[in-house]
Design a protein around this ligand. Structure first.
Ligand SMILES: Nc1nc2c(c(=O)[nH]1)N[C@H]1C(S)=C(S)[C@@H](COP(=O)(O)OP(=O)(O)OC[C@H]3O[C@@H](n4cnc5c(=O)[nH]c(N)nc54)[C@H](O)[C@@H]3O)O[C@H]1N2
Ligand SMILES: Nc1nc2c(c(=O)[nH]1)N[C@H]1C(S)=C(S)[C@@H](COP(=O)(O)OP(=O)(O)OC[C@H]3O[C@@H](n4cnc5c(=O)[nH]c(N)nc54)[C@H](O)[C@@H]3O)O[C@H]1N2
Ligand code: SF4
Ligand SMILES: [Mo]
Length: 755
């Protein structure tokens, strides 16, 4: 490209905010008097954490930035309710101040529900300031995408290790046997395991003689690059895991080694699994008893081995049991807190398991309250998001009359979205923080947009706690915000703090800096006592999450301790390292990491032992021969919200139904034909793709599609809308222990779609 005299080009580094892999990107921009734009996006080879890896979604950040449908100003529902009109931020907040406080006054704090979705964990401004809003509202009606995803894992880890985010990750680079259960990292790029370039790491591991076993109802992309694939029956994982543990104990294969002194409940665990020999659950998990025994022996006797389970193991009736048993298997076979096994990262900032007294804490509690209608127990301060519709629909004391959605799209992402969409229309007030008018935000009275990720700085609060290697990386804004547009998107911490101020009774134009200073001072008083004011004065960043980040880094495990360790980290030091700072490979952390009240790992939490009785009872129901529906992810898709980006949307149709040829023949279907998938809850029509990779009796549709609802403004997505598989899901089907929805193994009927 020829450079004109007034154009300058710049190279920036940026952590990709789109999925958990957190790849370091290298973004080139060009600035002319007319403005700045992105010329290219590639992986940053100098990034010490991701070494140049990226996927097609990273490249799509340019499309996201330039998407004409992305909102660039607050939007208000028109008085005639026909669509939206732009408004100024001042008007938007004034409207919130007019409408929200009276509803809280009339119906009480719980009348305002708050939901938060997946992108929030990728945005420091959202993640760190959402709690301000939640606290200011004081509502018990808090919901998140966690109960469509990883809550079982967080619950199990909370109960076993004492904190919700003490989640161990597989040490793939140093293991010799990797067993992957219900996860497809080749496509998802890893979950609760921040590990860019699964393909490269898996290849390197196999090249040095390692083995990979994938257990999944579909022969996935991860399975195709593995040594062995076991096609498990959807929902049967708990029986496989019990069969494996039973074998370990039965054959005397347990070896806890160093951890022996740091666990409790070993005998209770052994006794609990004694009733589950592999034969008992073989039909339910679809894996023969002999295969289970062979796998257990191979796992237990391979010195460096690790069993990792994710999304597919969580979103089932026995998701919490699965998450517990996976970790228990690693622990009792000596594949835990040691190289090549499951290991705990040590993040530079914000990790609760680096704060307080090492080795002991208060543990976690659940069920401190129950949801009003469904009586679901609170977990991590939330109720299941699948309870939201009934809380809006059901009259009475505590009914939800207003809703604030933050970065979530539950009309597509949660079961029975059609019911939720109807319920949303019954609200007295709805506010969405979202860059799009989409399937959920189209119901709102006001939509407040975020800046594009390229206009925002970032540091990973969450995923540094789940990373394959310890690191600290900061990214600055790549493009300037539009200075000429007074109502351009604002940093979301400001939006959240402004809403929190309004909810606290402050005027809609209160001084945000003063509100932010007061919140930070209050936090410092709790932790630094009389040093609070001195620490406050030392913090860099001006306002917003940057100051909290400086505090987190400096008081964190690698920090400068405000001068006590002059070589330690500060925000300034992390900012000065353009590619980030490598903090080394994972190290053993038990017992220091534990925050249980006993100071030990609880191998047999009572809430989980109690649920085993239900798994036992379920074995008495024979497996039916119904067809079971599961989901899948695809490289160029990200849950429900990136189907509007041209670079990702092009190419073949992706919302297709994968059907094993035998099942297709039985239903009289051929490749490419339209099929109807139905059950008591609904019916959808999708084109069939024949796939011998499916376990017979199991069909697969991706989630996050169904962009044909009226009132959305997603012009590219609407051209390839796909269908919403969640219309077939039962919003009352949950793992009752964690509140997580059952998203997999749904009975369905398959037939040719009538012309
Ligand atoms: N059947 C089935 N259902 C599933 C799944 C499945 O595998 N199968 N997966 C589940 C999983 S794992 C998850 S995490 C959930 C996700 O559930 P959600 O979080 O509800 O869904 P997303 O599609 O991630 O929607 C994200 C929303 O955030 C908006 N957004 C994007 N960036 C920003 C930003 O910077 N700021 C703000 N304020 N908003 C932003 C998007 O426009 C979109 O509206 O879906 C779950 N649902
Ligand atoms: N490209 C892309 N990447 C993504 C996302 C995306 O939408 N697209 N979403 C992101 C999000 S929010 C998350 S949470 C992660 C999730 O990342 P992963 O945890 O890797 O989840 P999935 O890729 O959904 O893989 C789950 C696997 O479980 C299998 N499965 C289904 N039912 C069962 C069962 O009963 N038992 C067993 N053993 N397996 C089962 C499915 O066939 C599937 O292969 O991915 C993230 N990354
Ligand atoms: S894998 Fe793709 S979407 Fe995920 S962080 Fe890397 S570039 Fe971004
Ligand atoms: Mo997720």
């Amino acid at each position: 490209m020829a450079l004109d005299a007034t154009a300058t080009e710049h190279t920036h580094t940026r952590i990709c905010p789109l999925c958990e892999a957190c790849c370091g990107l290298e973004i080139r921009t060009r600035t002319t008097p007319e403005g700045s734009s992105v010329i290219s996006i590639r992986g940053n080879d100098a990034d010490p954490f991701s070494h140049g890896y990226l996927c097609p979604k990273g490249v799509a950040l340019k499309d996201l930035h330039e998407d004409p449908d992305r909102l660039r100003q607050p939007m208000r529902r028109r008085a005639d309710r026909a669509g939206f009109e732009p408004v100024s931020w001042d008007e938007a907040f004034a409207e919130v101040a007019r409408r929200l406080p009276p509803l809280r006054e009339q119906y009480g704090a719980d009348a305002v529900a708050l939901t938060i979705g997946n992108p929030a964990s990728h945005k420091i401004g959202l993640f760190s300031y959402f709690p301000h809003l939640a606290r200011a509202l004081g509502t018990r009606n808090l919901f998140s995408a966690s109960t469509l995803d990883q809550m079982p894992k967080q619950l199990a880890c909370g109960l076993m290790y004492g904190h919700w985010l003490s989640v161990p990750v597989p040490d793939l680079p140093r293991t010799d046997l990797f067993i992957c259960l219900g996860a497809n990292p080749m496509v998802s790029n890893g979950s609760l395991w921040t590990s860019p370039d699964y393909r490269g790491k898996a290849k390197a591991m196999r090249a040095r003689g390692g083995r990979i076993v994938v257990i999944d109802p579909r022969r996935t992309e991860t399975a195709q690059a593995a040594d062995e694939h076991l096609a498990i029956r959807p929902g049967g994982d708990v029986y496989l895991l019990l069969g494996l543990l039973h074998t370990v104990f039965d054959e005397g294969l347990e070896r806890l080694g160093r951890l022996e002194a740091h666990v409790e409940g070993l005998d209770a665990l052994r006794a609990a699994v004694a009733d589950f020999p592999p034969e008992r659950g073989a039909a339910h998990c679809g894996i023969p008893a002999e295969t289970q025994r062979r796998l257990a022996r191979e796992f237990a006797t391979t010195p460096k081995a690790v069993l990792y389970g994710r999304f597919g193991t969580c979103t089932q009736r026995f998701g919490s049991l699965n998450s517990w048993l996976i970790d228990a298997l690693n622990i009792v076979t000596g594949h835990f807190d040691t190289s090549g096994g499951l290991m705990f990262p040590k993040a530079a900032a914000f990790a609760a398991n680096t704060l307080g007294r090492p080795g002991q804490g208060k543990g976690v509690a659940t069920g401190r309250r129950h949801s009003r209608v469904g009586k679901a127990p609170e977990v991590m301060g939330e109720f299941p998001i699948s309870c939201l519709a009934e809380e809006i629909e059901t009259p009475g004391d505590g009914q939800v009359h207003a809703l604030i959605t933050v970065a979530c799209n539950p009309v597509l992402s949660s079961p029975n979205g059609a019911r939720l969409a109807r319920a949303l229309d019954g609200l007295d007030f709805m506010l969405s923080l979202d860059p799009y008018i989409n399937e959920t935000s189209r119901h709102a009275d006001l939509i407040l947009p975020p800046p594009s990720p390229l206009e925002d700085w970032h540091y990973d609060m969450v995923f540094a706690q789940l990373s394959w290697r310890n690191h600290a990386r900061w990214s600055g804004p790549v493009l300037p915000a539009d200075a000429d547009a007074p109502d351009a998107p604002r940093a979301e911490w400001q939006t959240l703090l402004r809403l929190a101020a309004i909810a606290s009774g402050l005027p809609a134009d209160a001084d945000l800096q003063a509100v932010d200073d007061a919140a930070l001072r209050a936090e410092l008083k709790r932790h630094a006592g009389d040093q609070a004011e001195a620490v406050f004065g030392m913090l860099e960043g001006g306002a917003g999450p940057a100051r909290w980040l400086d505090l987190g880094l400096r008081s964190g495990p690698y920090g400068d301790g405000f001068g006590a360790k002059p070589d330690g980290l500060t925000l300034a030091k992390v900012k000065a390292a353009p590619h980030g700072i490598d903090l080394g490979e994972l190290q053993p952390r038990v017992p220091e990491i534990l925050r249980t009240s006993s100071g030990r790992i609880d191998l047999a939490p009572s809430a989980l032992l109690a649920d085993l009785a239900h798994a036992d009872a379920a074995l008495r129901h024979p497996t039916g021969d119904e067809l079971l529906l599961i989901g899948r992810r695809e490289t160029r898709s990200n849950n429900s919200w990136m189907h509007n980006l041209p670079v990702l949307a092009k190419g073949r149709e992706r919302c297709t139904l994968l059907v094993h040829p035998d099942d297709a023949a039985r239903a009289g279907l051929v490749d490419g034909q339209s099929a109807r998938l139905s059950n008591a809850r609904g019916s959808v029509i999708a084109p069939v793709t024949l796939s011998p990779d499916m376990r017979p009796g199991v069909v697969s549709l991706p989630h996050g599609w169904g962009h044909d609802l009226s009132g959305s403004q997603l012009n590219v997505a609407a051209r390839h809308p796909g269908v919403n598989m969640n219309l077939l899901l039962d919003d009352e089907a949950r793992d009752p222990v964690s509140g997580t929805s059952v998203l997999s193994g749904i009975p369905v009927r398959l037939s040719a779609a009538e012309a």
